[in-house]
Design a protein around this ligand. Structure first.
Ligand code: AMP
Length: 215
């Protein structure tokens, strides 16, 4: 299964990708996670990327395409993969098409998660992640324990720098301007399957799996 998860920030791409990893036994490739790791490592690429990420903008195509193409060459991607947060521009989508074609591969499906903007903002403002084990929480919808720490490992919860309201609004604008055109792009390729991302997490999951099985 070679899959792209498309959708605005907060639509649930990361959550759904993690569940699909278990369902299909294929890796999740999250450009956001890879970039955050580079920022943490303070690699030259991470230091540059941080400027764009903190402002809620997109990291330049050449950088992101480079890291994804390198990742796709690895052995665990040969049987399939879930791209989460990539592509985000038409240029990235073109580069992905070319890379896959060079590897004699093509996408099977592009799942577009649809959620209205105000719900997205509410989801992102309350989002917290355990800095130790990575478990996700939401202050309103899935709150941590009364001590405000991770209920699994007791780790400290992190509020992402780019999950502040002003940055979130900027990320939404960027999505509408630069990423939303990919819905038409993949519709024309006959790959787009739209799913209502407002439902419960498990319901969205079931709908995605059914859509993929229906082809
Ligand atoms: P995410 O975790 O997917 O919301 O990504 C966090 C941030 O990383 C984004 O707001 C961008 O600054 C950057 N980023 C992630 N994926 C991409 C991409 N495909 N192209 C450009 N920038 C990206």
């Amino acid at each position: 299964m070679k899959l792209v998860l498309l959708g605005p920030p907060g639509a649930g791409k990361g959550t759904q990708a993690a569940m699909l990893v278990a369902e299909f036994d294929i890796p999740q490739i999250s450009t956001g996670d890879m970039l955050r790791a580079a920022v943490r490592d303070q690699s030259p690429m991470g230091i540059k990327a941080k400027e764009y990420m903190d402002a809620g903008g997109l990291v330049p195509d050449a950088v992101v395409v480079g890291i994804v193409c390198e990742r796709l060459q690895q052995a665990d991607c040969q049987g399939g993969f879930i791209l989460d947060g990539f592509p985000r521009t038409v240029q990235q989508a073109d580069a992905l098409k070319q890379t896959l074609s060079d590897m004699n591969m093509q996408l099977d499906s592009v799942i577009s998660l649809e959620v209205n903007t105000e719900s997205l903002v509410e989801r992102l403002i309350g989002r917290r992640t355990c800095g130790t084990c990575g478990k996700g929480f939401h202050l309103k919808f899935d709150p941590p324990g009364s001590d405000g720490r991770c209920s699994v490992c007791g780790g400290e919860l992190v509020h992402r720098d780019d999950d502040q309201e002003a940055t979130i609004r900027n990320r939404m604008d960027v999505y509408h301007q630069q990423t939303a055109p990919l819905e038409d792009y993949y519709r024309q390729d006959g790959l787009l399957q739209a799913i209502n991302g407002m439902d419960e997490i498990v319901t969205v999951q079931q709908k995605i799996v059914s859509a993929l099985q229906a082809g």
